[in-house]
Design a binder for this molecule. Structure first.
Ligand SMILES: [Zn+2]
Length: 175
């Protein structure tokens, strides 16, 4: 699954899927630090292998989002520092984010509009990059049934360099 997006740029053997503690169970959020993706207990028990049923496409997109943080980390980006900065700005709170104008019930760190932003991939933050990769994964699997399919050419344009060379460190967030 992950290879379809990250090709060989990630050392998959060192990636761990972990069962979360109280923090993850209360928030329902996953947390990826370094090579460790920590899931809330319920999600871990149900989906620890996202490639098989009963993981829905939405859950698979979630896994690809978390894998994007592993990719950022393995390419040398300090994802925990970036996450701390987003946290300090308050952008991990609330649910005001939209994706291409549609509310998604997520905090502002995840907000993006693939057309209006008019940005290159490195100009997005760690969360937005992970969302863009997950959206493209959704497009490639669900095709016309994906909410993002209508923007597929723009997603592809933004991700073109990532697909041609996922080892390229210049693709990491500039902030
Ligand atoms: Zn994330």
């Amino acid at each position: 699954m992950a290879r379809t997006m990250f090709q060989d740029s990630v050392d998959y053997d060192v990636v761990l899927i972990c069962k979360g503690g109280i923090f993850h169970d209360v928030t329902g959020n996953a947390r990826t630090l370094g090579n460790e993706i920590t899931l809330p207990t319920k999600s871990y028990d149900r989906y620890k292998d996202f490639s098989v049923s009963p993981a829905t496409q939405g859950k698979k997109n979630w896994f690809i989002h978390e894998m994007a943080h592993v990719w950022q980390y393995q390419l040398g980006y300090d994802t925990s520092l970036a996450g701390a900065c987003i946290f300090m700005r308050g952008d991990y709170f609330g649910d005001d984010a939209k994706h291409n104008g549609n509310p998604v019930n997520k905090p502002m760190a995840y907000d993006l509009h693939i057309i209006k932003d008019d940005k290159d991939f490195p100009n997005y933050n760690i969360e937005q990059q992970a969302e863009i990769i997950a959206h493209y994964y959704d497009i490639s699997i669900r095709k016309t049934r994906s909410d993002y399919y209508q923007y597929r050419d723009i997603y592809y344009k933004i991700l073109k360099e990532f697909f041609s060379d996922p080892f390229n460190r210049d693709l990491l967030p500039t902030e």
